[in-house]
Design a protein around this ligand. Structure first.
Ligand code: FA5
Length: 346
């Protein structure tokens, strides 16, 4: 069979017209079988007939037939693409699933503001040469109180009323949730000879009524430095440098005398606390952030070191109070209320 070039043009026009008329996917399948089917497809047949052409025309005929097939296949691909986007458009306008709706964003967690503050405190003292030590949250009475010069009948125990663990030895309650990190002064001095320069961060617990600056659970950072020639001025210098790093150079600091049985002399440090009022104004108040002082010589001696040779300072810093002051928060109780609207601001 020989087919003249004008017949090729007619054939192509017929194929394209039939393709354009195919209404849907099933129509396209029928079209494909009729024109490109392996067995009886008309274009397939056309290509098969190349070999039957007279030798001089065979090459040009084959080339024309292949080009025709290529154009028809391109038209098919275009038609299929058009149908796909039409189907998608239809889906986005009529289906219940709105595929144009953005996906749910993944929420990324962050560090709790008290953890952020604790890390900054550790970094500040780390740069001043303090290494980190740890001690137990459930503590023996003898470390929490006795080692700190607070015997059973001492009125200072009232300041640190606490939560006792149900353990009684020799008719006496002997284990508690520690009220402060100070027992670690004794624990560190027992283990290590001077020079000592450590901080001990950790949770503490107190059975007390809560208010804007008091929680029943709190985080403290104990500081302890023991060496030859350690003086009160060293303590003051370290604490002023800490406050400068934490709050910047412009915050006001107050240092005043205080009493703790385990130091002599004892002091407290307070920082000005700006709190925004409902009318837009700001009020300032002093908020105590730490107790401190020179380690009592008796405690140095009781834990294996010569108090004539060594002196030391210690401090106990409240981490939630530092966080409160740093961001101007009006109530310490927000930190543990587990309200993400508050916590995600930091
Ligand atoms: C003590 O706990 C002493 N151990 C501190 C100390 C250490 C003194 C070494 C001398 C030498 P105080 O009870 O004042 O002291 O607590 C220390 C700090 O913990 C306070 O300044 C405050 O910042 C924080 N703090 C105390 N009680 C609470 C509370 N209920 N809620 C939040 N923070 C508190």
């Amino acid at each position: 069979m020989t087919i003249a070039v004008p017949s090729l043009v007619t054939l192509e026009a017929a194929a394209l017209a039939a393709l354009a008329a195919a209404p849907d996917a099933a129509g396209i399948d029928d079209w494909r079988a009729m024109w490109l089917g392996r067995q009886d497809g008309r274009i397939t047949g056309l290509l098969r007939s190349v070999k039957d052409q007279p030798a001089p025309e065979r090459a040009s005929f084959g080339g024309a037939a292949n080009l025709l097939k290529g154009r028809v296949e391109a038209a098919l691909a275009e038609k299929l693409g058009g149908m796909k986007s039409a189907a998608l458009r239809e889906l986005t306008t009529t289906a219940a699933l709105d595929v144009s709706l953005p996906g749910r964003p993944q929420t990324i967690g962050r560090l709790h503001p008290v953890t952020q503050t604790l890390r900054d405190i550790i970094a500040a003292f780390g740069e001043m040469g303090f290494r980190v030590a740890e001690g137990p949250e459930v503590e023996w009475d003898r470390y929490n109180f006795d080692a700190m010069r607070i015997p059973a009948d001492h009125p200072a125990r009232d300041m640190w009323d606490t939560i006792w663990v149900d353990s009684i030895i020799g008719g006496k309650r002997d284990m508690l949730l520690r009220t402060h990190t100070s027992p670690n002064q004794a624990r560190v001095m027992e283990r290590q000879a001077p020079p000592i320069r450590v901080i001990v961060p950790g949770k503490c617990y107190r059975q007390e009524a809560t208010d804007a600056t008091h929680e029943w659970q709190l985080t403290q950072v104990e500081g302890l430095a023991v060496d030859e020639g350690v003086r009160m001025s060293d303590l003051k210098g370290i604490l002023y440098e800490f406050a400068r790093r934490m709050f910047g150079p412009d915050r006001k600091i107050m240092f005043h005398h205080s009493y703790f049985p385990f130091v002599e002399p004892g002091v407290e440090m307070a920082i000005d606390w700006p709190v925004k009022q409902a009318d837009g104004s700001t009020t300032y108040k002093w908020v105590e952030i730490l107790g401190a002082g020179m380690v009592h010589p008796e405690i140095i001696a009781n834990h294996g070191h010569d108090p004539k040779k060594y002196t030391g300072f210690a401090f106990g810093l409240g981490v939630e109070r530092v966080a409160l002051l740093r961001w101007g928060i009006e109530d310490i109780r927000h930190f543990y209320a587990n309200d993400l609207r508050f916590l995600s601001q930091f």
